[in-house]
Ligand binder design. Sequence first.
Ligand SMILES: *Cc1c(COP(=O)(O)O)cnc(C)c1O
Length: 403
Amino acid sequence: MTSLRVPNRQGHFGPFGGAFVPETVMGALTELERAYATARRDVRFRRELDTLLRRYAGRPTPLYFAKRLSRALGRVRVYLKREDLLHTGAHKINNSLGQALLAVRMGKQRLIAETGAGQHGVATATVAALFGLACEVFMGEEDMRRQALNVVRMRLLGARVTPVRSGTKTLKDACSEAIRHWVTTVRTSHYCIGSVVGPHPYPLLVREFQSVIGREARRQLLDTEGRLPDLLVACVGGGSNAIGLFHPFAGDRRVEMIGVEAGGTSLRPGHHAATLVAGRPGVLHGTRSLLLQDRWGQVLSTASIAAGLDYPGVGPEHAYYQLTKRARYACVSDAQAVRGAQLLARTEGIIPALEPAHAIAYLERLAPTLKRGALIILGLSGRGDKDVETIAQRVYGTNSRHV
Ligand SMILES: *Cc1c(COP(=O)(O)O)cnc(C)c1O
């Protein structure tokens, strides 16, 4: 059975979680844990974060009844939690604002971040500008090429973007480099992790900052429908938007939860990023969770059309939810995700990011098996502007300038 009291004091979610880091970083993790424990009980901190979320980021986000999407899916009634309408275009800003406030409280002058698609890098560069902090973002060279526009955005916001040339030159390598850099600058820098991954207390901290998604959605649905949903669906990369939606419903036993991962081009090793579906227990970036690895324990390379899902690990709380059967996890392919994006665009006039397009595609597959009138909340984690070029190449076989 799932315990609602996770993580424990050491940051364990059952057999997952913990803090597997060099001794030099332990002090900084303890400092962060204490700062957060004090801040969460401080009315001033909560009020300041709440004000920023409202006036700066644009909360509360709408819970929108998607009538034409529901009709296209048949039988079901789908509400979209519109995180795509937030400042900077995705849910990432919820967490970056919270961590930046903590960094200021701890007297840090710099933020460090890793980024894959660039969304977390942009959110962190944004809050760094807002608080007058220096900012350095580590990004794989391959991702810098694929997401050139976000590199420009970060630089425009005053951040330094440092290319990472090791490994596959993607998110996993950017994380490793950010941790290495943090070890040498812990006194002045706060490492702003972008998902519910990494060593304790990060999976807890990021979950708490993202839970605003589920708290709002719960209240909004009770207001309009007078009841709880039957099902929650969200995409899972590291797992922060999904945990943010799921966690406030964790104690509502009748609410089912499904996380949707990146199935890439096939489930052969190296061709996907479906960690919960195909991974085994292991340690990566300071936490024990499920992990895509070969039989010698080497971390596998990953592939996904959605850069934000392209990571071989996953948050330890999701591994725990899967183990205790509190949530289920599935995956859809790149091609299905693109069709999911097209479906939402054409039925509702909303172009989603390719990450939540995975959740839409999965719902399309699932809908015929659900009971008539099933009430669903789908986490729409981000908008699709960043992916238009990718979709253009896929669908029209050319780039956007030649459509
Ligand atoms: C980063 C990102 C994700 C994946 O990260 P999670 O931590 O799994 O939420 C999903 N959707 C969007 C739009 C993103 O930018």
